[in-house]
Write a protein that binds this ligand. Sequence first.
Ligand SMILES: NC(=O)c1ccc[n+]([C@@H]2O[C@H](COP(=O)([O-])OP(=O)(O)OC[C@H]3O[C@@H](n4cnc5c(N)ncnc54)[C@H](O)[C@@H]3O)[C@@H](O)[C@H]2O)c1
Length: 352
Amino acid sequence: MKYALIGCGRVSGSHIKAAINNNLEIVALCDIVPEKAQALAEKFGLETKIYSDYKLMLSEMNPDFVAIATISGVHAEIAEYCAESGFNFVVEKPMAMSMAEADRVIAAAKKSGVIAGVCHQNRFNIAVQEMRNALEEGRFGKLSHGNINVRWCRDESYYSQDDWRGKWETDGGALMNQCIHGIDLLRWMMGDEIESVYGSTRNRQHSYIEAEDIGVAVVNFKNGAVGTIEGTVNTFENLEETLSVFGDKGMVRLGGMNASTIDVWKFQDEFSDDECKREIEEKAPNVYGNGHTSLYMDVKKAIEENRQPYVDLIAGKKALELVLAIYKSQLTGEKVTLPLEDFASSQMKNIF
Ligand SMILES: NC(=O)c1ccc[n+]([C@@H]2O[C@H](COP(=O)([O-])OP(=O)(O)OC[C@H]3O[C@@H](n4cnc5c(N)ncnc54)[C@H](O)[C@@H]3O)[C@@H](O)[C@H]2O)c1
């Protein structure tokens, strides 16, 4: 299966490793700074074509599977182009910076029938999959509440690497960039359908960025359960990404730096293999985890089987919607009801 990557920055190594692990034929790399694509090819010993124009790359190389790992601000425009031109793709999170953009990408993909997914790779963490299986088996009973706490550290050296970081139009803040994986997991686990959200965001320690460095929210799910979100880059050092779900028959807390360990695993009805579950601790090379390889495996199979992937565009839109709803709540000072018809990260300009 012919594969091409658009955007060859920090996260691109995770994409190339996933492509290699899935025996994809890497036919081209593209970056508007072609030296970055060249350096990536050299790092992995790839003999592949290098492009600075993704449209030219797509038309000349005709890949079966395209990955979009550019800066967040151009995800939607490239994804929409791929969809309109009939290329299957995965796009990094967030899939877009506004609801209107997300809807355009989804409509274009639906029209052309391409296979398209979003890189919320933590859904494939072993611990997350175990939690999901227990949930689908009904082991939690009636859900009461859930929380996601993403407490990471990003300092000036991180934001000054690239001009797009921390800006409303191209990145957003801690919730849109760092916490969106956890926000996706919380929403997915707690029943997906949301009635309303109240959020508060601040910029407390990063005067040199536009967007929030701390965001908290209360989420009212349609099934009656409630959730809380805390996403920040203000901890003194990376502390945790912890996801907890509580029901009347069970409670699970996933922890570590990336919701990749099982810290608490307790159910009213103990199963014989529950003791082994308590020891799950997936080692990962970085905070991005191991999930890109599993996500690619699923997308490759989805292309072969002509079905949509496990983490599809609708999943990407739902995570984006929840982040944007928290932003809107901060902007208006009010509780925001979902669905969010339209809102863009850029509407937050000059709020702090
Ligand atoms: N899934 C994850 O765990 C994870 C982890 C890190 C980053 N990300 C996401 O991946 C994206 C990239 O992050 P990064 O840290 O690698 O950023 P980066 O700045 O290091 O890399 C982005 C690259 O995209 C290139 N680019 C920009 N516009 C382009 C265009 N029109 N065509 C081709 N190339 C273009 C830039 O030159 C740059 O090399 C972001 O959206 C980020 O949110 C996801």
